[in-house]
Design a binder for this molecule. Structure first.
Ligand code: ARG
Length: 459
């Protein structure tokens, strides 16, 4: 048991207590960040004359040695240390002796852990952002390739109006674009350095907190030392943003599962992203999409869990806050894995364009356009709605689509119909006439693709 704080105690910590309290098993994930923070701290201490240049150099080369040895596997991070901070400090002292004991001057583990977690979170935000960008690249490519791949658009999971695959993919593009913007916002808001806040009340050493912040590429130093060690807002925001990413992925997965079903057959998930059944030889299951949908609950759980942990904590640091780590790490790893797998699945999925087109032609997706046709011929919309409703009933009875009726049949229901009705309610017309911003016509979509290509180039 290696602890940093034995002096005031007369008894050994109970073994169960030690294990319950220790965080090394999970905070070792922040090893790199812990060393990086210590490097900056030591440079600042020397600049302020709190350490000599010689002490600084000894500590820096000691830290470098530890860093290299851990990365090369020569030095193992083991459970005999309470946490990652103790591991680094104890190893430093072992390596360089007296100077190592000065590393923690003007610092507490409270501001140290706040810093480590921020550094870790910053890196991960960038990684998630990059993964989302690749997903967006995949989506925009699908949009460009499918401007006239017709399919039904749904409301209530009932066929509503025809759209294109490009348009459908475009909806998800907007969602994941907002997700990236949310990450950018969080990054900007959290990017202030807590180091130098001490345990809660700053320190009496003449630290230069702005300098430390600058060395670690923060926008500046945090402005209240109690808030600095007690703030986990950025993690809550990140968990909320990641929950939203998962919600988007989960909706997309749900659609893919439906589209991949025997009844729809709009898509076929690639063999590499499907699994079989141990008993039913014919099965090819969309397990990956289902698992991503399932893991969404896990990320929501982390979000609610941290919010709940934080709600009753008096200022400033309390040990409850150690609970932020496991769940945030798990949520980050889950989200990264899910985005990467989803992107791979989407890149390899096959769209059965004929089936999608046939589906769009069935189910009266052109009924609104048929009503609009009558309106253009002078019928009031409410009357047109009623006429087309009766027409649909007639079609259901005859098991035909509207455009499969003869002109005589159409005229029998409403004499206003003329030969041009067929052109007016064709799949192509229904889509191509929807040209307002954000609508599915290929022309409108090309504009959106241009805007989003530009966005990808600049982000
Ligand atoms: N393992 C702790 C955490 O994650 C580090 C801070 C410990 N500070 C303390 N006063 N016990 O929060």
């Amino acid at each position: 048991m290696a602890q940093l704080w034995g002096g005031r105690f007369t008894k050994e910590t109970d073994k169960l207590v030690y294990n319950f309290n220790a965080s090394i098993s999970f905070d070792k994930k922040m090893f790199k960040q812990d060393v990086e923070g210590s490097r900056a701290h030591v440079k600042m201490l020397a600049k302020q004359g709190i350490l000599t240049d010689d002490e600084k150099n000894q500590i820096l080369s000691g830290l470098d040695g530890i860093y290299d040895d851990v990365l090369s596997g020569k030095l193992e991070i083991t459970d005999e240390y309470e946490d990652i901070h103790s591991f680094v400090e104890a190893n430093l002292i072992e390596r360089i002796g007296e100077a190592g004991k000065k590393l923690h001057t003007g610092r507490s583990r409270n501001d140290q852990v706040a810093l480590d977690m921020k550094l870790y979170t910053r890196d991960e935000i960038c990684e998630i952002n990059g993964l989302l960008k690749e997903l967006l690249e995949t989506l925009i490519k699908l949009m460009e390739e499918n401007l006239d791949t017709y399919m039904p658009g749904f409301t209530h999971l009932q066929k509503a109006q025809p759209i294109t695959l490009a348009h459908h993919m475009g909806a998800y593009f907007e969602m994941f674009k907002r997700d990236r913007q949310r990450l950018d916002d969080i990054y900007r808001r959290m990017n202030y350095c807590p180091l130098g806040s001490g345990a809660l009340a700053g320190t009496t050493y003449p630290l230069d907190r702005e300098y430390t912040a600058q060395l670690l590429s923060f926008e500046g130093a945090t402005l209240n030392s109690m808030d600095s060690v007690a703030d986990r807002d950025y993690l809550i925001e990140l968990l909320a943003a990641m929950s939203t990413i998962m919600m988007h992925l989960s909706r997309f997965c749900e659609e893919i599962i439906i589209w991949n079903s025997n009844e729809y057959r709009f898509v076929e998930i690639d063999d590499a992203y499907s699994t079989g059944s141990s008993i039913m030889p014919q099965k090819k299951n969309p397990d990956i999409a289902e698992l991503i949908r399932g893991k969404t609950g896990r990320v929501y759980g982390a979000f609610v869990s941290l919010l709940t942990t934080m709600k009753g904590i008096p200022l400033a640091y309390n040990k409850d806050m150690q609970e932020d780590k496991e769940l945030t790490f798990d949520a980050i790893d889950t989200v990264k894995g899910c985005i990467a797998l989803f992107t791979g699945m989407l890149k390899t999925i096959r769209f059965n364009k004929d089936i999608m087109r046939t589906s769009a032609m069935k189910g009266f997706t052109n009924a609104t356009d048929a009503a609009d046709y009558l309106v253009n011929k002078g019928v009031a919309f409410r009357d047109a709605h009623g006429i087309i409703g009766r027409l649909v009933l007639y079609c259901i009875d005859k098991d035909k689509a509207i455009d499969e009726l003869s002109l005589d049949e159409l005229k029998a229901i409403c004499p206003v119909f003329e030969e041009d009705i067929y052109e007016a309610i064709s799949l192509e017309t229904c889509v191509n006439k929807r040209t307002t911003i954000g609508a599915p016509s290929p022309d409108a979509m090309r504009e959106i693709i241009k805007i989003n290509r530009e966005y990808l180039k600049n982000s």
